[in-house]
Design a protein around this ligand. Structure first.
Ligand code: HEC
Ligand code: HEC
Length: 361
């Protein structure tokens, strides 16, 4: 790692600390002090509401989207509280892990996020290990080659994430220290597909891999976001004068994205629901989509939605878990013409179909 990337990462940390202070949060919250019963209960409720969909009821991971385990000892003991909280607050751009911080358009306050992070640490019952902040020296080219042989099948050729987390993710590398990455490679993550490599690879090979992963750093830092107003119920139905689209569903539920894109082009009448965390809607969404996040309550889910023959289409990046949840809620309430975009939002973007971006100040 060069001095430049290190000082850039350091400036990112300063931004976070600044952020915390700007939220009037005392230092006591940042320390790993035991939670009161009230705070612990609230954190457990927030976990249930926002996280089980992908990370599983007991933090075991893989409930959807190959979301990592949030209970593995090696993760929780090495991830500093700030890193854990920022992973929740700022998410991991371009993965299903959304930003949950209200300032980024998400549903949680900074205090709730820190409380949840402390709760995750305390639930796991392991001590945090203080890892070195020193850079790990290694041969980047040799690391890249080895990565292709040993790691790419799960993490992707460019570490972009396939069935395992994206290691090239800018928000990950902005907070993960070299020692943290190296520890994960050496010790793996218990009860997951990530094996410990300390006996399979030499120390030099592990240093080369660490140096290679570090070299993918992009200099990302969280930016304040200007939030757009949400659409009003009178604007929920797109093309109210248009014809109904002609959708052919798979398994009585999934509509191919090409049919939805055609319906938009043909100015058909329909409603599109973005079921991801609201911050993702602020980031980018299908034009005209309204934010109905997967954690909305049953009594609010249908508010303002027409229950006639108007088609209501949901999407997420999962590509199904969040949308399925919302569509199940609507069907239970008697909504008939409902469906989920089969391929999900990332494939929609990759196909260069229309999206509208959010504003960053
Ligand atoms: C069989 C699939 C598989 C292979 C091969 C594999 N990994 Fe992983 N890796 C995973 C999974 C799954 C996780 C996430 C585990 C969890 O926490 O649930 C992970 C996690 C990690 C993490 C921690 C990421 C974080 O968010 O903190 C690092 C670093 C990592 N792997 C590096 C490597 C390297 C380097 C190699 C090659 C030597 C490798 N992995 C090979 C599946 C794999
Ligand atoms: C829609 C699915 C989804 C939901 C809901 C979700 N996550 Fe995630 N989360 C993911 C995925 C996928 C990743 C891995 C992203 C990557 O490739 O780096 C992840 C990564 C993380 C990480 C980083 C772990 C590591 O190994 O580096 C943390 C911490 C985390 N999530 C916490 C949470 C918490 C807490 C919540 C609830 C507030 C939550 N997530 C909700 C899908 C989700």
């Amino acid at each position: 790692m060069t001095t430049a990337t290190f000082s850039r990462r350091f400036s990112d940390l300063i931004i976070i600390i600044f952020f915390i202070f700007s939220f009037n949060l005392g230092l006591a919250q940042i320390r790993n002090a035991p939670l009161t019963k009230i705070d612990a209960d609230r954190a457990a409720q927030n976990y249930q509401k926002y996280c089980t969909l992908c990370h599983g009821a007991d933090r075991e991971g893989n409930a959807a989207d190959f979301a990592p385990s949030l209970k593995s000892k090696s993760l929780i003991s090495t991830m500093p509280l700030n890193f854990l909280a920022s992973s929740i607050g700022f998410g991991r751009p371009n993965t299903a892990m959304a930003p949950y911080l209200s300032d980024a358009g998400g549903p949680m306050s900074m205090k709730d996020i820190f409380t949840l992070a402390i709760w995750l640490k305390q639930k796991s019952g392991v001590q945090t290990i203080a890892l070195s902040m020193d850079p790990v020296e290694g041969n980047i080219n040799k690391g890249a080659e080895l990565f292709g042989h040993k790691c790419a099948e799960c993490h992707g050729q460019k570490a972009e994430g396939v069935t395992a987390p994206a290691l090239a993710n800018p928000a990950y590398l902005a907070f993960a220290t070299d020692a943290y990455i190296k520890y994960a490679i050496e010790n793996g993550r218990e009860d997951t597909k990530m094996q410990a490599f300390k006996n399979a690879l030499s120390p030099e090979q592990i240093d080369n891999l660490t140096a290679y992963i570090r070299s993918l750093t992009s200099g990302w830092s969280p930016e304040p976001r200007e939030l757009s107003p949400y659409p009003e119920p009178k604007d929920y139905v797109l093309n109210p004068e248009g014809k109904n689209p002609d959708f052919t569903l798979k398994q009585d539920r999934y509509v191919p994205m090409a049919q939805v894109e055609k319906a938009l082009k043909d100015k058909n009448k329909l409603v599109i629901l973005d079921t991801r965390t609201t911050s993702e809607w602020h980031n980018a969404h299908i034009p005209g989509a309204i934010p109905i996040p997967y954690y909305i309550s049953e009594d609010k889910v249908a508010s303002g939605l027409p229950n006639d023959d108007t088609w209501i289409i949901a999407y997420c990046s999962c590509p199904h878990a969040a949308s399925d949840k919302i569509i199940n809620m609507l069907r239970k309430k008697g909504y008939k013409n409902t469906a989920v975009i089969d391929e999900g939002f990332f494939n929609w973007i990759n196909a260069s179909y229309p999206i509208i971006g959010g504003k960053t100040k």
